[in-house]
Design a protein. Structure first.
Ligand code: GDP
Length: 472
C-alpha cells in the first residue's frame, strides 16, 4: 500500500530511550522468532522458542557470535495477538548503550531491518489493530503530562472518539444510500427520503460536528498545556508572582535527574491540568520599555491572543481607577475567544487590612469585577490564585472526553465536513437536484472517514507517522 511500511520485512528498534536499568528492543514481522532464535539461548534447554506459545516470557542469554552479551527476558507474541498484529518479540535487556546497539546490529545481521519512525504503530493500523485516530493517540498518550491530557489521549486510544465519528458517518451513509436509491428510481419520481426529516438530520449532525470542532480550543490547550499570560506594567511583580507559582513545581522537577528547565516553557501542574506560561523570557530580562510599553499593554497585545487565561496584574498602591482601567484595557484587547481574565492585585503586604477591604469594595462596585489580592513577596493569596486558574478551565466539557478534539488534523477534517453539510443544506433550501446534494453528503462522509483512517492517502499517513519516535 505504501513504502512507509516495509512490506514483508521484519523490523527492529529500541522501544526505550535514555537511561534506566532495563531497555526494550522490539522486533515485529514474519521472521521475528526465527531471527531471535539465532542469537538467544533459553536458560531452560527444554524450551525451543520456535514452538513457544504466544505470550510466553522466556529467560535466557543473548550471544554475539558465541560470546556472552547479556542475560535477557524475551516476550513472545504470535500473530495476530500482538501490538502490530504480526509475530513479535520484545527483548528486555540491560540498558547499556553498548548492549542495545549490539543487539540491533545482531538482529540486522540476522535478517531484520531497522524500523521507520512509528512503523510498529503503522503496522498495527495496517493490520486493523487500531484505527488512525487511535494510532495518533499512541503518540499523545506518550506525550501526555497531566491527568486531563492523559484522559483525553486515553479516551482516543481506546476508541471513544472514533466511535463518535463512526456514529456520524454511519448516519450519513444511511442517508446517502436513501438519496442514491431515489436517483436509481428517478424516472418514477419517488421520494424515499422525506425532505423535511433529511434537513433536520443534517442540521443535527452539523451542530454536532461544529461542537466537536469548537472543542479543539480546549482540547489543544489541555494537550499542550493551557496557555497563560501574565500582563501588567513593569515592576508590579509579574516575575515575582511567576516565581512563587513555580517554586513548588521547581522543587518537584529538580528532583528528577536529567530534566532541564531551559528548553521547556514554564509549566505548573494544578488540579490535573498543566498551565503553560507563555513569553516568560520577556518577564525575566530587564525591561527597557518606551511610553506605550510603560502602559504594560503594547507588548502584551500579541501575547494576549494566544492566551486562554490572562492574569491582569496591578499593584496595591495603584488607585482603584488605575486598577479598573488596566483590567478594562486587557479585556478590550484580549483577542482569543472564550479566554478568561483574572484580576490580580499584588503587593497587598503594603496595605492594612482595612485599606485592602476598601479597595476591594470600590473595585467590585465601580469596576464590576472581583479582584484577587495577593502578595508575591509574602506568598499570600497564592493558593487562591491557583484555585482560580483551575476554575478558569471549563471542566464541564471535560466530562465527555470522547467529544473533545485534540488533533489539528481532525479539526481540519471536521471543518470540511461542516462545509459540505452546509452546502447540502443550501441545496435543500434552494431545490438543487438530488444528485448534487448526494455529492455533498458523500464529501462529508469522505472527510469523516479521513479522521479514523477509513480513507487515507500515503501523504496523510507519512505526515502522521513521521512525528513518532523510532520504536513506537
Ligand atoms: P515585574 O517587572 O512586573 O516582573 O516585577 P518584579 O517581579 O520584577 O518586581 C518588581 C519589584 O517589586 C521588585 O523589587 C520586587 O521585589 C517587588 N515586589 C514583587 N512582589 C512584591 C510584593 O508582593 N510585595 C512587595 N512589597 N514588593 C514586591
Amino acid at each position: 500500500m505504501n513504502n512507509l511500511v516495509q512490506k514483508g520485512t521484519t523490523i527492529c528498534a529500541p522501544a526505550t530511550q535514555g537511561g534506566g536499568a532495563i531497555a526494550i528492543i522490539r522486533i515485529s514481522g514474519p521472521d521475528s522468532i526465527d531471527i531471535v532464535k539465532n542469537i538467544f539461548k533459553p536458560a531452560d534447554n527444554q524450551i525451543d522458542i520456535l514452538n513457544a506459545k504466544g505470550y510466553s516470557l522466556i529467560f535466557g542469554t543473548l550471544y554475539s557470535h558465541d560470546e556472552f552479551l547479556d542475560e535477557v527476558i524475551i516476550s513472545l507474541f504470535r500473530a495476530p495477538l500482538s501490538y502490530t498484529g504480526e509475530d513479535m518479540v520484545e527483548i528486555s535487556c540491560h540498558a547499556s548503550h553498548y548492549i542495545r546497539e549490539k543487539i540491533i546490529e545482531l538482529l540486522i545481521t540476522s535478517g531484520a531491518v531497522p524500523a521507520n519512525p512509528g512503523e510498529f504503530t503503522m503496522r498495527a493500523f495496517m493490520n486493523g489493530k487500531m484505527d488512525l485516530s487511535q494510532a495518533e493517540a499512541v503518540a499523545d498518550i506518550i506525550a501526555s503530562d497531566s491527568e486531563a491530557a492523559h484522559r483525553l489521549a486515553a479516551t482516543q486510544l481506546r476508541g471513544g472518539f472514533s466511535a463518535e465519528i463512526e456514529k456520524l458517518r454511519q448516519e450519513l451513509l444511511h442517508f446517502a444510500a436513501l438519496v442514491e436509491l431515489e436517483l436509481d428510481f428517478s424516472e418514477e419520481d419517488v421520494e424515499f427520503a422525506d425532505r423535511f426529516r433529511m434537513t433536520e438530520t443534517i442540521i443535527r449532525i452539523k451542530i454536532l460536528v461544529d461542537t466537536l470542532a469548537s472543542s479543539f480550543r480546549l482540547g489543544n490547550a489541555i494537550k499542550k498545556g493551557i496557555p497563560v499570560v501574565i500582563a501588567g506594567r513593569p515592576n508590579v511583580g509579574k516575575s515575582s508572582l511567576l516565581n512563587v507559582l513555580l517554586q513548588e513545581e521547581r522543587a518537584i522537577v529538580s528532583d528528577i535527574p536529567g530534566t532541564t528547565r531551559d528548553t521547556v516553557e514554564e509549566v505548573i501542574h494544578l488540579g490535573g491540568l498543566s498551565f503553560r506560561f507563555i513569553d516568560t523570557a520577556g518577564l525575566r530580562k530587564e525591561e527597557v520599555e518606551d511610553k506605550v510599553e510603560a502602559e504594560g499593554i503594547g507588548r502584551t497585545i500579541s501575547k494576549l491572543s494566544q492566551a486562554a487565561v490572562v492574569l491582569a496584574v496591578t499593584e496595591a498602591t495603584d488607585s482603584s481607577d488605575e486598577i479598573i482601567a488596566f483590567y478594562k484595557s486587557v479585556k478590550n484587547i484580549q483577542a482569543a475567544p472564550g479566554s478568561k481574565i483574572i484580576a490580580v492585585i499584588n503587593k497587598t503586604d503594603l496595605l492594612t487590612t482595612g485599606q485592602t477591604g476598601g479597595l476591594r469594595e470600590t473595585i467590585t462596585e465601580s469596576g464590576g469585577f472581583v479582584p484577587l489580592f495577593v502578595s508575591a513577596r509574602e506568598s499570600v493569596g497564592i493558593e487562591d490564585l491557583k484555585q482560580h486558574l483551575i476554575r478558569s478551565v471549563d471542566t464541564e466539557e471535560l466530562k465527555s472526553p470522547q467529544l473533545i478534539v485534540t488533533n489539528a488534523r481532525h479539526l481540519h477534517s471536521l471543518i470540511n465536513v461542516s462545509a459540505s453539510l452546509e452546502r447540502a443544506l443550501d441545496g435543500f433550501r434552494n431545490g438543487i437536484p438530488t444528485e448534487l446534494i448526494a455529492t455533498d453528503i458523500r464529501q462529508a462522509i469522505y472527510y469523516l472517514g479521513e479522521i479514523t483512517g477509513k480513507i487515507t492517502g500515503d501523504e496523510i499517513l507519512g505526515d502522521i507517522f513521521k512525528n513518532f519516535c523510532i520504536g513506537k
